[in-house]
Design a protein around this ligand. Structure first.
Ligand code: NAD
Length: 490
């Protein structure tokens, strides 16, 4: 992609470079970013190594002290300008996200729209209360004031890179922290360099935000450095476990938002066409590469045959192709690794007795929407997060059985229930162990003002977003003040 006069992004700036408040040559070399739909090279950005991350940490520590003192109105103005720039360059930025992630245009637009909201929320945070006045003995002022942690490391994945970076970068900066953002090496522009470009143009002081594209090496330096006081991680459960272990060793704060295998329950009184539409959306949106994807579709046995017919009909007519040039419902998977893993899970499950109702094949990175029925415990499609376009159908007879299957997983991110009987759904939902529950909706839902979080292997039982922003990105510091010191009995 080339930069034109009216464009915000200038790829020449990041070619071979990191963002450290300015565009700086990377000691770690160059990272080549390819468009998954075509294989074309989209960008060659700087790759951060350990030395790059160490030097960014030191610059960020110095910059954070100044940033914490900037007046709230000035900080709010920077965030509002960033939101306005995203709006002004909406189409240009959305197409970058489309081409770099392989997502459809509507998903690219959704990412820009959410990022605008997240900047506006960061602006609004500047005018919120910064603490509480506490009761205390007469003559003593006792209050608790929010203070930033210092330098916060943000590590984000490839699938929804802009939103998942921004949901931490926005509130972390708003609370007065400096941020070291390490986007996934497959999506460094959407996951970081767009944010750097926008905030630089909006006037963020140099050194407060660093964007350090790279892989495990750069990520683990952030986790292991005692100078980085918090890590906000979104990604797989396996890596999240390592991140949380390192954070534990260094006694640093950590949020981990991880994988899922979320159940979508279709009860026997559901409108089957609507239920199949929900299942198709939950399982196939962004090619299934969503943490909240409807990874297990639990269908009541009496309607299973008819529901399967409806879902297969939908899967068969969803177009798959290059989302930047064609009207499609599904784009490519992000990589050959992701495609091969998807294919292996699907075909290992078929070998173990699952029935292939639709899909099951691919062309390059384009995987056909797949429906598997007769999915049972012991099969990979029953237990493992596929992160590919696969609807795994499991049948149940009674509500008790539905709850037992829904909870038969190490994960606990989202759950959905489709039924005409909301009371029954609420009773069932109470018994499902998930961080999020959607009655009469599929499992993929996020509005940036909601607390987002999973249980079990989907997270550490905490939330990110909305009402949790201050709690996550600042600490309440208790302060007491007396007009003069009093003597004690000693
Ligand atoms: P991943 O864990 O492989 O990578 C995520 C990030 O961690 C990347 O930036 C990667 O470079 C970095 N990383 C890799 N090794 C590291 C290490 N040793 N130390 C520090 N950082 C390291 O994740 P993925 O497979 O690319 O992403 C998909 C996963 O993310 C899925 O499991 C999905 O469910 C999950 N996810 C969760 C949420 C959520 O909010 N719960 C949202 C999106 C994706």
């Amino acid at each position: 992609m080339s930069s034109k006069n009216n464009q915000l992004l200038n790829p020449a700036l990041w070619t071979g470079n990191l963002f450290t408040g300015q565009w700086t040559a990377a000691k770690g070399g160059t990272l080549v970013v390819r468009e998954p739909a075509t294989g074309e090279v989209l960008a060659e950005v700087g790759q951060a190594n350990a030395a790059d991350v160490d030097s960014a940490i030191n610059t960020a520590i110095a910059a954070q002290r100044g940033w914490a003192k900037v007046a709230p109105r000035e900080r709010a103005a920077i965030f509002r300008r960033a939101a306005a720039l995203l709006q002004e360059h909406f189409d240009e930025l959305a197409m970058w996200v489309v081409r770099e992630t392989g997502g459809i245009v509507a998903k690219g637009q959704l990412e820009i729209g959410e990022a605008i909201e997240l900047f506006n929320m960061a602006a609004a945070m500047q005018h919120e209360n910064q603490g509480i006045v506490l009761p205390s003995q007469a003559g003593r002022l006792s209050y608790a004031k929010r203070v930033p942690h210092g330098v916060v490391g943000v590590i984000s994945p490839f699938n929804v890179p802009l939103v998942l970076s921004m949901r931490a970068v926005g509130p972390a900066l708003a609370a007065g922290n400096a941020v070291l953002l390490k986007p996934d090496p497959q999506t460094p522009v959407s996951g970081g360099l767009i944010i750097a470009s926008v905030l630089q143009a909006a006037g963020l002081p140099a050194g407060v935000l660093h964007v350090l594209p790279g892989g495990a090496e750069a990520g683990s330096v952030l986790c292991e450095s005692p100078l980085v006081k918090m890590i906000a991680f979104t990604g797989s459960t396996a890596v999240g476990r390592m991140v949380a272990e390192a954070a534990g060793r260094h006694l640093k704060k950590v949020t981990v938002e991880l994988g899922g295998k979320s159940p979508l329950l279709i009860l026997d009184d559901a409108d089957l066409d609507v239920a199949a539409s929900n299942a198709a959306w939950g399982a196939f949106l962004h090619q299934g590469q969503i943490c909240m994807a409807s990874g297990r579709i639990l269908v009541q046995e009496s309607i299973a045959a008819e529901f399967t017919r409806c879902l297969v009909a939908k899967a068969a007519q969803l177009p798959v192709g290059n989302p930047a040039t064609e009207q499609v419902a599904l784009g490519p998977l992000i990589s050959e690794r992701q495609r091969d893993r998807t294919h292996a899970i699907i075909h290992d499950s078929i070998a173990a007795g699952a029935k292939l109702e639709a899909g099951g094949s691919y062309d390059r990175l384009f995987y056909q929407p797949t429906v598997l029925s007769n999915v049972k415990p012991g099969m990979r499609a029953y237990h493992e997060e596929v992160f590919g376009p696969c609807a795994s159908l499991i049948t149940f007879k009674t509500d008790d059985e539905a709850v037992a299957i829904a909870n038969d997983t190490e994960y606990g991110l989202s759950a959905g229930i489709i039924t005409a009987d909301v009371g029954r759904a609420m009773r069932l939902g109470e018994r499902i162990d998930s961080g999020m529950l959607h009655i009469n909706d599929q499992t993929v839902n996020d509005e940036c003002c909601n607390p987002f979080g999973g249980r079990g292997c989907s997270g550490n039982g905490g939330n990110v977003g909305g009402p949790t922003n201050w709690e996550n990105f600042s600490q309440l510091r208790w302060v007491t003040v007396q007009s003069a010191a009093h003597p004690y009995p000693f």
